[in-house]
Design a protein around this ligand. Structure first.
Ligand code: ADP
Ligand code: MG
Length: 243
């Protein structure tokens, strides 16, 4: 469903993603772990083309593109297949929770407002925030803002949801409510890539764990294997730092 092949990304002369290959099946939940600076965020940002990789191919569903020769049309088509959730929520501050969710439907998909509102309210219900529809981000806790951001990422029914350390910026007491919402969006249809430092959560929900270091995928396997019998010394050392 999602295939990345020989993906390379440079920031100036720094080689940040090095010939990354990755294939993910539809509905699969993949947790990406690894030390800070290993390229996890860059990988997600390259998948939804927030960053443009220098070379490689990217396939989502039935569309395959050579990233070096990508057209604007292909770029938009690929972007529409992904929803992204950031560490710092990135909600529009001057829009209500509901407006944040419906924006992409009304502006992007040209959906009538009433229809978009119905979808938005439904999604707010799903993340437990129906009563906050008219609240602005400043009136919401970090956990609530992130739950709105998750609802927003689902609005356009993307094939792939990319979550980049969605709980890292939260006060500890707000982490669980967001993890609970992430757990609830797993439907085995939508593909989910989650970058996280919540190891026990990753172990619990993911079908597969990817360990990245220095811009490469070092290890890729089932949670049970990665957490109990990591094959690479680099993975072993990284996991030990969490004990
Ligand atoms: P991670 O998410 O695993 O912490 P990142 O993908 O954010 O890692 O970063 C990978 C490498 O790319 C790091 O060395 C980082 O300093 C560098 N990097 C990330 N974003 C930029 C940028 N916008 N400009 C220059 N270097 C960057
Ligand atoms: Mg990061």
């Amino acid at each position: 469903m999602l295939t990345i092949s020989k993906l390379n990304k440079f920031y100036d002369k720094t080689h940040v993603l090095k010939d990354v290959d990755l294939s993910v099946a539809q509905g699969e939940v993949v947790a990406i772990i690894g030390p800070s600076g290993s390229g996890k965020s860059t990988l997600l940002r390259c998948i939804n083309l927030l960053e443009k990789p220098e070379s490689g191919t990217l396939t989502i569903d039935d569309l395959t593109v050579d990233v070096a020769k990508i057209s604007t049309k292909q770029e938009n088509a690929l972007r529409q297949q992904t929803g992204m959730v950031f560490q710092h929520y990135n909600l529009f501050k001057n829009k209500t929770a509901l407006q944040n969710i419906t924006e992409g439907l009304i502006i992007g998909k040209k959906m009538p407002k009433a229809e978009a509102d119905a979808i938005g309210l439904n999604l707010l219900e799903k993340v437990g925030l129906r009563e906050k529809a008219d609240s602005y981000p400043a009136m919401l806790s970090g956990g609530q803002q992130q739950r709105v951001a998750i609802a927003r990422s689902l609005a356009v029914k993307p094939k792939v949801i990319l979550l980049d350390e969605p709980t890292s910026a939260l006060d500890p007491e707000l982490v669980q409510e967001v993890l609970q919402v992430i757990r609830s969006i797993i439907d085995h249809q939508t593909t989910i890539l989650l970058v996280t430092h919540e190891m026990s959560f990753a172990r619990d929900i993911a079908d597969r764990i990817i360990f990245m270091a220095d811009g490469a995928i070092v290890e890729d396997g089932e949670p049970e294997q990665i957490f109990t019998r990591p094959q690479h010394q680099r993975t072993q050392r990284f996991l030990l730092s969490y004990q």
